[in-house]
Design a protein around this ligand. Structure first.
Ligand code: ATP
Ligand code: MG
Length: 424
């Protein structure tokens, strides 16, 4: 067993019986995003390590301990992307996409983090990221949340709830940060080692701590909402009223802080209680400071990323019906003429009916064994060809899942008959 090659721990194969659910989610995401006018951008999977250090921040779990970083043959330090925002911003600045323009963008693909693998947490996982540049008002924040709500509805997902908070401006956060540090210093003996280290470098990250002891201490700590500046407060109130008008429910969670340094004002998470500890399926917010920080001109920005593995786990958990892509028709051919003709006839049918899914039996065998395979393929009908049928230019059409009598259909009439049957 030890000599068998295995995939890397935390990096999963998506097998044929699983890929339909992935395609269903990917197709739905794409169609919802297109219905709002968002355009796809594709970035490389590898970027310079520096980009992530600067954009995500040196004192974050991701940069400190989760990145897959290596030195390439030129001696450059490169990293497999742990998330997509940094690369997206880099690409927009590099190609001048942010000059007095609004960009509504999305991307999808694998991300890499060296975390402890467990349910809903992997080392290679997949995100859909959505980023909007050039809009500063709460209307676009609201649109992003409406878009995600529509996606849950399209996917048939239930019980995903929205948590919302405002982080205020950098200055407001600085005042809060001072108050938080003061409080935590008084109680520093109750902090764990990680949190103590962060007390100097990045105290807001302590709010993200998963340690129950630290969380208990935080219950009485100063709250960010008391420090929010007037403009951010107004932005937040307007966002809430837009969500109310759209009938999108939310819960204001004053303790919600996104770990990343560059967030400000709106932050949100869509969460479910049905996936255990890994319950956040989608997370995002406003990051007005990042573009300038990475060398572009000051550009407001807001976005989110959703975790596809968690969405798919939730679909499974809720036993959501996923449309299948089984063949419509399985072509059974017995005899040499039939085999030859079966391949050609299949081509003619695909030509005439581009949406028809036709699987042609290959590899010979008896009627009985071919019917078994037809059945296993999931096809609704089998088209049966023997040498006799070919001579008469006709085929038998047999329902595999319904009680219907077998019919004989002439070759010329087949496309019309199949179009009727499959409604295409
Ligand atoms: P978490 O708190 O679960 O670690 P995060 O704050 O690190 O999440 P983000 O960086 O905001 O996550 O990524 C957005 C989404 O991507 C998450 O809400 C989650 O759905 C998904 N995600 C993040 N890390 C992983 C992972 N290791 N495996 C699977 N999905 C992940
Ligand atoms: Mg994480």
């Amino acid at each position: 067993m030890s000599s068998t090659l295995q995939a890397i721990r935390g990096m999963n194969d998506i097998l044929p019986q699983e890929s339909r659910a992935w395609q269903f989610v990917e197709d739905s995401v794409r169609s919802v995003l297109e219905s709002y006018g968002y355009r796809e951008i594709r970035m490389p999977i590898v970027e310079k390590t520096e980009l992530f250090k600067r954009s995500i921040g040196e004192v974050t779990d991701i940069v400190e301990k989760e990145m897959y970083t290596f030195v390439d043959r030129n001696g450059d330090s490169l990293t497999l992307r742990p998330e997509g925002t940094a690369g997206c911003v880099r690409a927009c600045i590099q190609h001048g996409l942010l000059h007095n323009q609004v960009q509504r963008l999305w991307y999808t693909g694998p991300m890499f983090r060296h975390e402890r693998p467990q349910k809903g947490r992997y080392r290679q996982f997949h995100q859909v990221g959505v980023e909007v540049f050039g809009l500063e008002g709460p209307d676009i924040d609201a649109e992003l949340l409406m878009l995600t709500a529509r996606l849950w509805q399209r996917l048939g997902l239930q019980q995903v709830t929205l948590q919302l908070n405002s982080l205020g401006t950098t200055a407001a956060r600085a005042a809060f940060r001072d108050a938080l540090v003061e409080y935590l210093r008084v109680h520093h003996t109750r902090l764990d080692e990680d949190s103590r280290r962060r007390l100097d470098s990045n105290p807001l990250r302590i709010l993200d701590s998963k340690n129950p002891e630290v969380q208990a201490l935080l219950a009485d700590a100063p709250v960010l909402s008391d420090y929010i500046d007037a403009q951010s407060r107004e932005h937040f109130e307007r966002l809430c009223s837009l969500l109310d008008a759209a009938g999108i429910g939310y819960e204001i969670n004053p303790r919600l802080v996104r770990g990343l340094d560059y967030y400000g004002r709106t932050v949100f998470e869509w969460v479910t209680v049905q996936l255990g500890a890994q319950g956040t399926v989608c997370a995002g917010g406003r990051y007005d400071a990042l573009v300038e920080y990475l060398g572009g001109s000051a550009t407001p920005a807001v976005g989110f990323a959703l975790g596809l593995e968690r969405i798919i786990a939730l679909l499974e958990q809720q036993q959501t019906a996923i449309p299948d892509n089984d063949p419509h028709l399985y072509i059974v051919t017995v005899g040499e003429q039939a085999q030859r003709h079966g391949l050609l006839l299949s081509e003619q049918l695909r030509e005439a009916l581009p949406a028809l899914r036709v699987m042609t039996h290959c590899g010979g065998g008896s009627f009985k064994s071919q019917f078994k395979k037809a059945d296993r393929s999931g096809a609704r009908f089998a088209l049966v060809l023997g040498d006799d049928e070919v001579a008469k230019r006709q085929a038998g059409l047999k329902a595999l899942r319904e009680e219907l009598e077998q019919q004989t259909v002439g070759f010329e009439a087949l496309p019309g008959r199949l179009a009727e049957l499959f409604d295409n």
